[in-house]
Design a protein around this ligand. Structure first.
Ligand SMILES: Cc1cc2nc3c(=O)[nH]c(=O)nc-3n(C[C@H](O)[C@H](O)[C@H](O)COP(=O)(O)OP(=O)(O)OC[C@H]3O[C@@H](n4cnc5c(N)ncnc54)[C@H](O)[C@@H]3O)c2cc1C
Length: 140
């Protein structure tokens, strides 16, 4: 039986951590106690497999199944690590710089910059998976 972080019981989407290790640890402990109570044959695979059944019934596996595709999303959408941080940094610079420009004009500039640098689908117009500059059709 494997529990906690070492078993990959981490819900990165909700930043849930210690509750999953604690729950999987409790379930494994309950199965170990039941296996011990079952006597010398209690630690056989068919008895310990009750841990997997308990896991599948628990919120742990239901939540992990629900969010199973989430880790792939940032890998396929590198704009989260390229265009968006750049835009936020630029916006912060625009807003906090005292240069005589009023806030309304600054907000307008920020919005124009966002709309210019991200497409309708939210994808960067300037970054690809390989990190090379190209447009959305892959033309460099
Ligand atoms: C910086 C940071 C901040 C975090 N903040 C939060 C938070 O705010 N809320 C939250 O819910 N979670 C948080 N987490 C996550 C949470 O700490 C972990 O999900 C949780 O501690 C995992 O529990 P675990 O028992 O699976 O593993 P661990 O807590 O890593 O326990 C594993 C233990 O096994 C021991 N060990 C390793 N190898 C061996 C060996 N060969 N022999 C004997 N012992 C061994 C280690 O020393 C360790 O004590 C945070 C994690 C980090 C790193």
């Amino acid at each position: 039986m494997i529990v906690g972080d070492s078993g990959g019981f981490v819900n990165a989407t909700h930043r849930e951590d210690s509750n999953l290790p604690m729950t999987t640890g409790r379930l494994a402990a309950e199965m170990a106690i039941a296996a011990k109570a079952a006597g010398c044959r209690g630690y056989r695979t068919n008895v310990l497999s009750a841990y997997k059944v308990a896991l599948d019934k628990s919120f742990v596996m239901k939540d992990l199944h629900k969010y199973r595709d989430m880790p792939e999303i940032p890998h396929r959408n590198l704009q989260f690590f390229t265009t968006y941080p750049d835009l936020v940094a630029q916006a912060a610079g625009t807003v906090i710089t005292v240069d005589g420009v009023d806030n309304k004009a600054k907000k307008h500039d920020v919005m124009v910059s966002f709309r210019k640098n991200r497409s309708l689908t939210g994808r960067s117009a300037t970054h690809t998976i390989s990190g090379e500059a190209s447009d959305e059709n892959g033309h460099c």
